[in-house]
Design a protein around this ligand. Sequence first.
Ligand SMILES: Cc1cc2nc3c(=O)[nH]c(=O)nc-3n(C[C@H](O)[C@H](O)[C@H](O)COP(=O)(O)OP(=O)(O)OC[C@H]3O[C@@H](n4cnc5c(N)ncnc54)[C@H](O)[C@@H]3O)c2cc1C
Length: 364
Amino acid sequence: MADVLVVGAGPVGLTLTCELVRHGARVRIIEARTAPLPYCRAIGVTSRTLEVYEDMGVARAMVDAGLWLTGARTEVAGYPARDALQDLDDLPYAALGVPQGETERILAAHLSGYGVTVERGVRLASFTQAGDLVRVDLDGPDGLQMDHVRYLVGCDGAHSTVRKALHIPFEGEAWPYPFMLGDVRLDFPPEAPLPRGLALRGLRLMGEDGPPEMFIAIPLPEHGRYRVSMLAPAEDGALAGGDVAHGIQTEQRGPDLSDIQAAADRVLAHPPRASDLRWSSRFRISLRLAERYRTDNAFIAGDAAHIHPPTGGQGMNTGIQDAYNLAWKMALVLKGIAAPAVLDSYEAERRPVAEQVIADTVEE
Ligand SMILES: Cc1cc2nc3c(=O)[nH]c(=O)nc-3n(C[C@H](O)[C@H](O)[C@H](O)COP(=O)(O)OP(=O)(O)OC[C@H]3O[C@@H](n4cnc5c(N)ncnc54)[C@H](O)[C@@H]3O)c2cc1C
């Protein structure tokens, strides 16, 4: 019997499983998707997450797969562009850019080094708690399956099955405007070259007429390639607040090259030329924080517990640090070395961090 069932093999579920197994727990990890998402969501990895990676033993692989992010150029239409370079010399690590798919690939490979593989195509259908055990009902390629575990952890993203089943309120609001994303090559004109490692933030303020137009380009490790994002055209309609799904909208058409070029041309004085679009998508953002991170032996972590705009690149980083915090405590309790009360410190320590991240992203 596994001690823990981790639901979701995003960066948070993979980190949690790696760490639980490293500390001696027996873990199953299930993932509803049969294959990873082709879109790149998180890129920015903070220096604290790199310290976590070092302790886990994956920092070298992440650095090899990434690109150091050296700062950002901000250009507000009508004003000269300004470069803000990151000065992180006093920290052991600077900020790294690793596409989320690469992060997940490296974590899954690290996990398989412990002899654990992600059970893909398996979905948590429901669960009940009785005494010290959680009974879980799983729906997978072999049909319905039942198991018992001591702990269940929902790392199952913004629309978490675990959080909903626990009736944990997820208060907050949806940002009313849809965004578009794309992975393109950008060639900057000779009069405005962008040094490698620098992100570009172009803004055109619209005053009372609505949100600023924007063109944001985050460098990817492959030379000349960027993940660009911008607001979707106004005619696509802003949805008012309420129940807008957070995250990538796989069912919606993403921008094509001409949409991306038009956004750059509208906002930047010396726009780069966009070419070779590999994928594009749309996404929506919300700000929400779970009222609690646990009910008895069922926990939530990562986007299941907190969601916020990608500004500042904190979603995945915060979730990975949730997992790092929870894993060693849970493993010590399972070994009988620590009292179960130590698990109460997980929410006490991690929820205020998410609260602060949400407050900071609102300010930005
Ligand atoms: C455009 C964009 C840019 C971003 N940039 C950054 C950035 O630079 N830095 C940063 O830190 N963050 C960034 N983020 C946020 C980051 O992508 C998320 O915070 C991160 O993916 C959360 O990881 P997670 O493992 O908690 O959830 P997810 O990555 O959503 O993974 C959850 C997994 O659970 C699975 N699942 C769901 N329900 C079930 C079920 N019932 N049974 C089994 N499996 C299930 C899902 O299929 C999914 O694979 C960005 C997000 C977006 C949209």
